[in-house]
Design a protein around this ligand. Structure first.
Ligand SMILES: Cc1cc2nc3c(=O)[nH]c(=O)nc-3n(C[C@H](O)[C@H](O)[C@H](O)COP(=O)(O)O)c2cc1C
Length: 292
C-alpha cells in the first residue's frame, strides 16, 4: 500500500489532490488540510504529487527528487505539432545504414511518457538489429501466412480453422491469394516484404492478462513514431507480423518473449531512403453530437 503523508503546515487546502484523484478518492479536505483517507485505494498515478502547488504531499512511490518541475518554454505550437503529424509517414524503404542502439534506447524511453491503463506502465520491448534474425522473422511470417492459407483451403481443416486463427480470418486468407503470391515471390527474389529490410525491428509486449495491453503499446508506439522523426528516422507499424505472431506458436517461440508476456505491436525502424514532399488529404471523420 502507498504511504502518503501530508505536511499540514504546507497544505493550503486548494483541493487539487481531491479533484485529480477523482476515480479512487484517496483524499478528502478536513478543516486543517487535505487528508489521505483511503491510501489503500491509491493506484500510484502520482497526479497528486505532480499537481500539489506547495509540495505538501509525500508519496513514498514518487519521491520529490525523482519528480522534477517540468519546464514548458518550448512546448510545440499547434502548427509545429500539426506539421509533425503530417510529416510522419509509414516508411517502406530504408537506407542500408545501421541505427545506433543508444538512439533506440532513447526512443523506447520516450515511449514511456504515453498513458497506460491504471498507470500500469507494463509495456516492454524486444529489439532486433541482427539482419539475419530480422530476415528469419520475415521469412517465418511469410511461411506462416502461406501455411495458414493452405489450411484455409483444405475442406477438412477449414471448419475448425476459425477456432485457431479467429472468425473471418480463414475467409480473408482464401480471398488474399494474390497478396500471398506477391509475398512469396518477393521472398523468392530475396526481398523482405514484411519489414522492408529495416535495420531495426521492435516488438512491444505486455503481461498476458493485461486487458488494455494493446492500447498501452499503441500509445507508446505513436510517441516513438513521432519522436523518431526528430532523429531523422522513419517507422512503419507491421500489422502483418502481429497477426502471424498472435496465431503462431512457432513464431512466438522465435522472438524469445519473457514468460507470461504477449506481443502487442511490431515496428520497423530505419533511416528512410525517400522523403515525402506533399501532405495528402485525409477523410474528415464524422462527428455527430449528443446522439442516442
Ligand atoms: C494497425 C496498423 C497496421 C499496419 N500494418 C502494416 C503492415 O503490416 N505493413 C505495412 O507496410 N504497413 C502497415 N501499416 C501502415 C499503414 O498502411 C499506413 O499507416 C497507412 O497506409 C497510412 O499511411 P501513413 O502511415 O504513411 O500515414 C499499418 C498501420 C497500422 C495503423
Amino acid at each position: 500500500m502507498a504511504q502518503i503523508t501530508i505536511d499540514e503546515t504546507a497544505c493550503i487546502r486548494c483541493g487539487q489532490c481531491v479533484d485529480v484523484c477523482a476515480i479512487t478518492h484517496v483524499f478528502e479536505l478536513t478543516d486543517a488540510s487535505s487528508a489521505a483517507v483511503r491510501p489503500e485505494d491509491c493506484w500510484n498515478c502520482g497526479q497528486c504529487v505532480a499537481g500539489c502547488p506547495t509540495d505538501a504531499i509525500d508519496l513514498d512511490t514518487f519521491p520529490l527528487e525523482d519528480c522534477p518541475i517540468i519546464e514548458r518554454p518550448d512546448l510545440p505550437s499547434r502548427d509545429s505539432l500539426t506539421a509533425g503529424f503530417r510529416i510522419r509517414r509509414s516508411q517502406r524503404a530504408f537506407q542500408d545504414v545501421a541505427v545506433d542502439r543508444e538512439v533506440i534506447r532513447e526512443l523506447v524511453s520516450l515511449g514511456r511518457w504515453a498513458p497506460t491503463a491504471s498507470n500500469s506502465q507494463s509495456v516492454d520491448w524486444i529489439a532486433f538489429d541482427d539482419p539475419a534474425r530480422i530476415d528469419e522473422l520475415s521469412r517465418g511470417t511469410v511461411d506462416e501466412i502461406v501455411r495458414f492459407a493452405g489450411l484455409a483451403r483444405n475442406p477438412l481443416i477449414r471448419i475448425a480453422l476459425p477456432l485457431f486463427i479467429g472468425p473471418g480470418a480463414g475467409r480473408q486468407l482464401r480471398n488474399a491469394s494474390g497478396l500471398i503470391d506477391r509475398l512469396q515471390s518477393a521472398r523468392n527474389r530475396g526481398e523482405d516484404p514484411v519489414f522492408y529490410h529495416a535495420p531495426i525491428v521492435l516488438i512491444g509486449h505486455c503481461p498476458s492478462g493485461n486487458r488494455f495491453g494493446r492500447d498501452d503499446a499503441v500509445y507508446a508506439t505513436y510517441n516513438m513514431m513521432l519522436a523518431a522523426e526528430t532523429f531523422g528516422l522513419g517507422t512503419c507499424q507491421i500489422g502483418f507480423f502481429q497477426i502471424v505472431v498472435e496465431k503462431s506458436s512457432r513464431m512466438l517461440r522465435r522472438i524469445g518473449l519473457p514468460k507470461g508476456r504477449r506481443p502487442q505491436i511490431a515496428i520497423a525502424i530505419g533511416y528512410p531512403r525517400h522523403e515525402f514532399r506533399r501532405g495528402l488529404p485525409r477523410r474528415s471523420p464524422n462527428l455527430p453530437w449528443n446522439t442516442r
